[in-house]
Design a protein around this ligand. Sequence first.
Ligand code: ATP
Ligand code: MG
Length: 446
Amino acid sequence: MNVPDHVQALLAALRDAGFEAYPVGGCVRDSLMGRTPSDWDLCTAATPAQTEAALAGYRLIETGVKHGTVTVLTERGPVEITTFRTDGEYFDHRRPERVTFVPDLREDLARRDFTVNAMALDPSGSVVDPFGGRTDLAAGIIRCVGEPDRRFGEDALRILRALRFAAKLDFSIDPATGDSAVKNRALLDDIARERVFAELTGLLTGPGAGRVLREYAPIIFQMIPELAAQAGFDQKNPNHIHDIWTHTTMAVDAAPPEPVLRLTMLLHDVGKPACFFTDEAGVGHFYGHGERGAEMADGILRRLRCDNATRERVCLMIRNHDIEPPQTPRAARRLLARLGEDGARQLIACWRADNADRGEAVRVRNLALIDDWEKLLAEALAGPAPCFSVKSLAVKGQDIMALGIPEGPEVGRVLAALFDAVTDGEVPNEREALLHKALVISREKD
Ligand code: ATP
Ligand code: MG
């Protein structure tokens, strides 16, 4: 296995000072899978103070001395070094208040969450694997180290970590572990929302996301009860061949694996059950579910402590996800103005994902509309000085007032009319042309 030089150097320094030290956890798992680890975590018999002494000359941060962790800032990124420990008492199904340092690697591996995460690399390069991690890795299985009920009871975040790893590695969850995760799902209510959100985002961006969402729906509904009404919901509409929840999970898989897009697809139809009605012919409709869904998603994402930029973008996507795609240059420019270039591209990706599980005929028709839209978008972007909001007009309120228009609502009206004129391609977004147009607009009113 290829341990990079900067990590080898740290291991050597600790071992030279007389302490056992091993790469452990995710980096061992990823290396065994032939993947490049995103980061290297080490564990050691040295206490944090001993680690600091052994690594004098390095830049260190005491990230979690109470939990035994020191972070070393190397030129090739941070490396976390954690003293062998067992976790002390757990309170409220969250992280332990105190940890106990132990002399032995095996005990440290025993406190880790899953067998595939409970392996270390010894100096000879062989894998220390007391819980069958390699076998589970080869079979693609997430399994708790020890008794699942006890492990989820200690730290309920592990319930979501199991789902996240299953999605990210595209693994299945061992039945005993999976059943226990579902059974203990109410314990998730005690976990800090930001930690829940981080795991949920990790789950959604994994290649196995849709499957995990379907298999462990009760756990997802525990975090987001607003989605529960989708399960088994018959849409009574020939355009939809699946119940809403199944459609949602398939739309997640069909979107590029970026947090905004995957969160959008998870929540895009959250407003549907509340907007459902059937017409005289018995066909189901969901008018207004984009707007309703955006409002609900806003509440859900605030509750989950999602960052503002992501939340606002996701809600913008959901609000617009069921509009008619623009079919004229003018409509394309207006949409571009409303969403911005990134937003327009993201909405196109959402549209494609939303159509992935439709019946053949509907899908082909809708995908053709989206292709046309993409062409119109490219043309709109290639056009002169795209203008995305009143703020990006080449004139300001001051300029309008300088024309003799009094300060007040009339200035806003003129600016809004100018913006529409630019968006519609009637005037270029240039100062002289806009001032001229402003006069025309203000006279039109009189
Ligand atoms: P990733 O590549 O996603 O970072 P990772 O395995 O490194 O995966 P981390 O969350 O960085 O995951 O955790 C590092 C290691 O610490 C894990 O491999 C596992 O051994 C242990 N661990 C982390 N969180 C827990 C937990 N809640 N309970 C038990 N062990 C944990
Ligand atoms: Mg890690």
